[in-house]
Write a protein that binds this ligand. Structure first.
Ligand code: ACO
Length: 330
């Protein structure tokens, strides 16, 4: 059987660092409140004029270089994002042009779960023989949709992008993937205006309906339930158990969520990766950015079993169990 394996990884973070103290100049909050409730200390924010596709292309370029490939080697591009450059055209099409790829390209939009669904799509294309090499990118500039006068949301998010190259292989790299959605939770996390349901009007913009709205407690409960459930299902599909897991690499939304899932999965907190303190919630970027951090910090070894787990608006979720097939970074 044909398998898909990760052969390259890249990342991009905007230069601008915004600390909790910086945010306390804008809204009634404090470093103590943000750090104790979320674990976040700082985040990166896109520059004026910088788009999601710019970050996606930079991360994609890094992944191509790491895999030792040229743009013409890629058969398909999937960009997972919840903050596309435009409703039309797709961010993937713009990214394809920036990277000089000569292939089809599509966006996968599932908020913070976008990267896992993009990975699923790339894996399916390789396993079915439709493609030999797929570039999968997770990129978000969600701060563009944040109301920086709303202390309940503006402290949580940051911007960034990560990318992986998937290649056909005889050895199984991407193993079981479990994905799901429950649209009855659509109102829990939503940017109400700006789409076909509620086009932007001056009245709606004045009311701030083009900004992200979130029921924080609902997201918290959902995340703590779904991360262990989806992880266990993906492990089962892979013929593995929690004991086989080297590391859980969850979407980085909030340290308290990450702390709560370790005992629920029956693993030590050291086996739950976290970089939320420095990046905040980078949405579709967070899982590949986490992988990139692990790889560049020499924490990944050939044969390691990783569970990549996303969850977010929709409500949506996805867990992918991956056997890491690259040697540690030199
Ligand atoms: N600074 C100071 N006070 C704040 C802040 C802030 N930044 N934000 C909220 N508060 C206040 C509220 O106004 C409220 O005050 P009140 O009681 O006077 O009205 C009080 O703190 C408690 O508010 P809660 O919303 O109940 O705070 P909670 O303890 O639930 O923490 C949080 C909020 C951190 C958002 C939490 O609900 C959470 O972690 N939820 C998970 C959601 C998440 O991580 N979302 C990320 C995006 S979703 C995704 O990635 C899938």
């Amino acid at each position: 059987m044909r398998h898909a394996s990760i052969t390259g990884i890249g990342a991009y973070l905007p230069d601008r660092v915004v600390t909790n103290d910086d945010l306390s100049q804008l809204v009634d909050t404090s470093d103590e409140w943000i750090a104790s409730r979320t674990g976040i200390r700082e985040r990166r924010i896109v520059a004026e004029g910088q788009a999601t596709s710019d970050m996606a292309a930079a991360a994609g370029r890094g992944a191509l270089a790491d895999a030792g490939l040229q743009p013409e080697d890629i058969d398909f591009l999937v960009v997972g994002t919840g903050s596309p450059d435009h409703i039309m055209p797709s961010t993937a099409a713009i990214t394809q042009d920036l990277l000089g790829l000569r292939c089809g390209a599509v966006d996968v939009m599932a908020a913070c779960t976008s990267f896992i669904l993009a990975l699923q799509q790339g894996t399916a294309m390789i396993e079915s023989g439709r493609a030999d090499r797929v570039l999968v990118i997770g990129a978000d500039a969600l701060t563009r949709h944040i109301d920086f006068t709303d202390r309940r949301t503006c402290v949580l998010f940051g911007d960034g992008a990560g990318a992986v190259v998937l290649e056909a292989s005889d050895e199984p790299g991407v193993l079981g993937i479990d994905t799901g959605s429950d649209g009855s939770g659509a109102g829990v996390l939503v940017i109400p205006a700006g789409g076909a349901a509620m086009p932007c009007t001056p009245e709606r913009v004045a009311a701030g309906e083009h900004y992200l709205k979130m029921s924080g407690g609902e997201v918290f409960k959902f995340a703590v339930r779904i991360i262990p459930e989806a992880t266990k299902r993906a492990l089962e599909l892979s013929g593995l158990t929690v004991d086989d897991l080297t590391l859980l690499v969850p979407h980085q939304a909030n340290q308290r969520i990450l702390d709560a899932v370790a005992p629920r999965l029956g693993i030590e907190s050291e086996r739950v990766f976290s970089n939320v303190a420095l990046l905040g919630n980078t949405s579709a970027g967070s899982i590949p950015l986490a992988l990139h951090d692990l790889y560049t910090d020499h924490h990944l070894h050939r044969g390691d079993v990783l569970a990549l787990v996303g969850f977010g608006a929709g409500l949506t979720w996805g867990a992918a169990v991956v056997r890491w097939m690259k040697e540690p970074k030199e």
